[in-house]
Design a protein around this ligand. Sequence first.
Ligand SMILES: [Zn+2]
Length: 180
Amino acid sequence: MVVPGEFLSYEEEFMPGKNTFSLDGQVYSALVGYAEFDDNERIVGVKAIKSARAAGVGTHVLARVMLVKESAVLVQVMTAFKDTEKRVFSPTYASIYVAHVSSSYVKNLRDEFRKGDIVKAMVAEVTPYGIKLRTNEPSLGVIKGFCSHCRNELHLNGQNLRCLKCNAEETRKISTEYVL
Ligand SMILES: [Zn+2]
């Protein structure tokens, strides 16, 4: 599934078809729908989804941490879903403010998230300035973390996470659905 402005292909590989536009030799989707690549004609088009609904409050997202600031974490949303139904999330960037991170006191956001971590979060608020997410539930938070020293995957070790490569121990706002 693609959203407006999402990159589909280079023109050398696939020419722009239905519901797409091209810019500087790159083909983008013009609307929400499913990308369809015609390998014989070398054309990419987008089949519109009329029923696609935007991500509202209560929608779950999986996102990657892009930047950890003092007051908020900036993430890029990879997928959004409500129950099992996929939702459209646009724009793809969202923020998690420090007050929405945990039900316990957060001293330093860098103890809770690091760049590159994969996070499960929920849409808390949709504003004209952007979408705010929250992780202040046990099932929400980091579901896969990466060592801040060597970038290796972190494994769950009691209440903390441990890097099996360099033996570093790190803290996060860990989801009960942590994968390793
Ligand atoms: Zn490490």
